[in-house]
Design a protein around this ligand. Structure first.
Ligand code: GCB
Length: 503
């Protein structure tokens, strides 16, 4: 159960080689360091436990029988991302699917289709071909709108475009997706893409130009009922349906990129998404290769999901210490994220605040200057003070930016009842939520919340026998799928919010 180290996979497969076809191995995720061998030859390696990668094997794959071997090592390292300590289980190995993918010799490598920044009727973006030695024509079609545009790629296979379109915008209430068809040469790629705007104005978040309050919940990518990493879309759906039942229009996918199907499902179900890279607690801020690694994980997350309307926030980090080297590191990540995707908002979950008066705390972390939206994790009533103390606490910030309380919570064992003073009872957890809600009603810049968290999850840091048994018990739902009292406290509040603000 606590094993960390290499695991080896081996499989034979048969393959039929064809002319003008290129072949890739696609790994949806391998935690943490993967080394891949095909027919006895090393073809590549990859670092980072939650992002996809591809290796071209066109010249290695044989007609007939082939032998693939993969070593995946989940040993934690001080220079890795994340580093040595996390509050989640270090599930190792091939945690997501591996596919052998055939494409034409010139193929659509990537595309980015979103509304142009600040516009509701102009689609802008780009398409990137791989393998083209001369300009090619690419067509972009949205059949439902009767739209078909042709663009010509440059010498690098790149083409940018911008064209008008009369669109029904995507929103949680009406998550409209369009079938988009991208064709080039011998290849046609089909997609479902939604279009919406997202921006901030002062301390508000605007979705399609209207203020939106993010009624959210945080979740880990852990399978309900059986534990382990999620392996099917059904498991994704169970979690997102629970979030819907709670009254959410928003999910914080903590603390690393969840599987791709989760985000695609959020697109279809109308849930706004906060997506995060595992720059968690303390990591080697001064280390050049750690920065390169974090950048690569951020790039691959954005690349995978940049066409998902549901994703409105890229989160750069969680609870990092406000030292200069860390702020510089995260400033670099923020600049990089903006260069890759200027259409979405940047955030980070921060937890360092200053007293600003008797019962007032101010979130002035220097990282805030590089973000569009401030995330705040606080545990009044659990790691500090009593639940009812929250009623009198006020939060401010010198940044005039929207604030999301990205975490608060308390542990409770499903079915454990007692006095509301007794920790780990359902009553105690419900009491924390009631007082947190009293407090959050008083935060003028509050644009959303994502309490900690939807479902109990496994963690090696949580050993209390009979209580935690290596689970973080802050779920509103147990890992066996049972709703705790606090679930209904939050559900009532979200119901009230939804009725007073349809957005
Ligand atoms: C936090 C962390 C989260 C932990 C949680 C807890 O602040 O961001 O990863 O699981 O607190 O339960 O302590």
């Amino acid at each position: 159960m606590f094993y960390e180290g290499p695991v080896w996979y081996q499989r034979y497969f048969s393959y039929h080689k064809r002319a003008q076809v290129r072949t890739f191995l696609h790994f949806a995720a391998a935690n943490y360091l993967a080394r891949v061998y095909l027919n006895g030859e090393k073809i590549g390696e990859h670092e980072g436990g939650f992002t996809p990668f591809v290796l071209e094997v066109t010249s290695n794959v044989r007609d007939g029988q082939n032998n693939i071997v993969v070593e995946v090592n989940n040993v934690r390292r001080p220079d890795a991302v994340p580093a040595l300590s996390t509050d989640w289980w270090n599930y190792g190995g091939l945690t997501r699917s591996v596919d052998l993918v055939d494409v034409p010799d010139v193929f659509v490598q990537d595309y980015f289709l979103q509304l142009a920044k600040g516009s509701a009727d102009q689609i802008a973006g780009w398409v990137q071909l791989d393998g083209a030695s001369q300009p090619q024509t690419v067509s972009i079609e949205i059949p439902e709108l009767g739209l078909k545009k042709s663009v010509s790629t440059d010498a690098n296979g790149h083409a940018e475009f911008r064209f008008p379109a009369k669109l029904t915008l995507w929103s949680p209430e009406a998550p409209k997706l369009y079938r988009v068809v991208i064709s080039s040469g011998r290849e046609t790629v089909e997609e479902q893409i939604g279009f919406r705007t997202i921006e901030t104005r002062g301390t508000q978040i605007l979705l399609n130009w209207k203020p939106v309050f993010l009624r959210g919940i945080s979740l880990h990518e852990e399978a309900p009922f059986r534990g382990g990493r999620i392996v099917s879309e059904d498991e994704d759906r169970t979690l997102l349906e629970w979030a819907k039942e709670l009254g959410c229009n928003f999910v914080r996918l903590a603390h690393y990129p969840h599987n791709e199907a989760m985000v695609r499902l959020a697109d279809r179900m109308g849930l706004l998404v906060w997506e995060e890279v595992p720059v968690y607690w303390d990591i080697a801020w001064q280390n050049r290769s750690t920065l390169e690694n974090a950048k690569a994980q951020l790039r691959d997350t954005i690349t995978r999901d940049h066409d998902r309307a549901s994703v409105i926030l890229w989160s750069l980090s969680n609870e990092t210490p406000p030292v200069p080297a860390r702020t510089e590191f995260l400033r670099t990540l923020a600049d990089y994220a903006r260069s890759l995707d200027s259409t979405r908002l940047l955030t980070s979950a921060m937890n360092h605040t200053q007293p600003a008066g008797p019962n007032t705390r101010s979130l002035d972390d220097p990282l805030g200057q590089y973000l569009d939206v401030l995330g705040l994790n606080e545990y009044v009533g659990w790691y500090e003070r009593r639940p009812e103390d929250a009623d009198a606490i006020r939060w401010t910030s010198s940044y005039q930016k929207p604030l999301i309380v990205s975490e608060f919570g308390a542990g409770a064992v499903y079915g454990k009842h007692g006095e509301a003073q007794t920790r780990f009872t359902e009553e105690y957890q419900a009491r924390v939520f009631e007082h947190q809600i009293n407090m959050l009603r008083q935060v003028p810049s509050l644009a959303g919340m994502s309490p900690w968290l939807l479902m109990d999850f496994r963690s090696p840091r949580r050993p209390l026998v009979g209580i935690q048994d290596f689970h973080n018990r802050k779920g509103l739902i147990s890992d066996g799928g049972r709703r705790k009292q606090a679930f209904y406290v939050l559900q009532r509040f979200y119901g009230e919010l939804a009725n007073s603000n349809p957005h």
